[in-house]
Design a protein around this ligand. Structure first.
Ligand code: UDP
Ligand code: MG
Length: 332
């Protein structure tokens, strides 16, 4: 039977997990595919791992990847994708904001021949005004600057065909801005609308600073316009400066030397200094990321895995992640 992998990144969700799993299991029961639930523990410092292990003891379809520390959601998802062996993989949050009963609708689209079925949420009640405004601005900017726009109101709740999973796994970059990558890979895609629930327990792991850095990762990963922009800014500023210089020369010729002018000078110097610092900062953003890519560090490190051994003993193909990217040490 074909396998469906369900990948769930988990960071400090001990309260949410049992509920989430029972809701998920209730949906899976009616799916005519063999299902594996891959819980990726992203270095939780609460008892999430313990809860996962208890759940895995009760339900054999649950597998665990325990990362060596908190790598961030994008990397947890990358880890899940590398271990998934399904003909299709669903990625969803562990806080029930992604309702499991949407999965059968994803599968419908998949069976119709779509490679990616992605959830579009109708509603973002939980989030603050500021966060909404910020993300609205980010996506407008991202879509304007890049060639692979991210559709609006798309979260990380989606189904990927094996082909897409393999393509994503083969991407060499360390900057894993998943939403951007999901858009970048292309393939045939279908939208599935769903109602996003509020987070029932625990709290969102995002704050403004994290979001800001996330946005920078997203933009720098998919457009080099900020780098190239400065040539044009420089050009415009130089043109203006030349015009101003001609004006000054003409004025000096007509009405003699003019000593006052401190205000103009200081304004021009400060403005140019500011522009130079900003452009240096932009260079730094890219250079820093370039440095990270060049180092070729693995995306994540796995401390242990649970539940994957069974696949091996059954003789089915276990997707052993390429050793270049991970160093899994399978615990027994
Ligand atoms: N998450 C993770 N690593 C992190 C932060 C979050 O694996 O460093 C997981 C988290 O457990 C949840 C999902 O990513 O399953 C979404 O997180 P959250 O609900 O905090 O984000 P929001 O819904 O507010 O965007
Ligand atoms: Mg959430």
């Amino acid at each position: 039977m074909e396998v469906l992998s369900i990948i769930v990144p988990v960071f400090n969700e001990e309260q949410m997990l049992p509920r989430m799993i029972s809701a998920l299991l209730a949906v899976i029961r009616d799916i005519d595919l063999e299902t594996e639930i891959i819980l990726v523990n992203d270095g939780s410092d609460d008892d999430s791992l313990l809860v996962m292990k208890e759940l895995a003891n009760l339900h054999t379809c649950i597998k665990i990847i325990d990362l060596s520390r908190n790598f961030g959601k994008e990397y947890a998802v990358s880890a899940g994708l590398q271990f998934a062996r399904g003909a299709a993989a669903v990625v969803m949050d562990s806080d029930l904001q992604h309702p499991p009963d949407v999965i059968p609708r994803f599968l419908e689209k998949w069976r119709e021949g779509y490679d990616i079925a992605y959830g579009v949420h109708m509603d973002r009640r939980e989030e603050s005004r500021m966060k909404k405004a910020f993300s609205g601005l980010f996506y407008r900017l991202f879509n304007r600057l890049t060639e692979t726009p991210i559709p609006r109101n798309v979260g990380d709740f989606l189904l990927l065909d094996r082909r897409v999973v393999d393509s994503l796994n083969a991407l060499p970059e360390r900057n894993r801005f998943m939403k951007g990558l999901f858009a970048w890979v292309g393939f045939r895609r279908a939208e599935v609308e769903y109602e996003q629930a509020e987070r029932a327990l625990g709290e969102s792991k995002w704050n403004l600073w994290k979001l800001w850095n996330f946005a920078l990762d997203g933009l720098t990963g998919f457009t080099t316009l900020p780098l190239r922009l400065w040539s044009y800014v420089g050009l415009v500023v130089s043109l203006l400066a030349m015009l101003y210089a001609s004006f000054l020369i003409v004025r000096t010729l007509i009405s003699g030397v003019d000593v006052p002018g401190f205000a103009t000078l200081i304004v021009v110097i400060l403005m140019l200094g500011g522009i130079q610092l900003i452009s240096l900062g932009v260079l730094g953003e890219y250079l820093g990321r370039l440095y990270l890519e060049v180092k070729q560090r693995p995306l994540f490190l796995v401390r242990s895995t649970h539940g994957f051994e069974r696949d091996a003993s059954e003789g089915s193909v276990v997707s052993e992640p390429p050793s270049r990217q991970t160093e899994p040490r399978r615990s027994s």
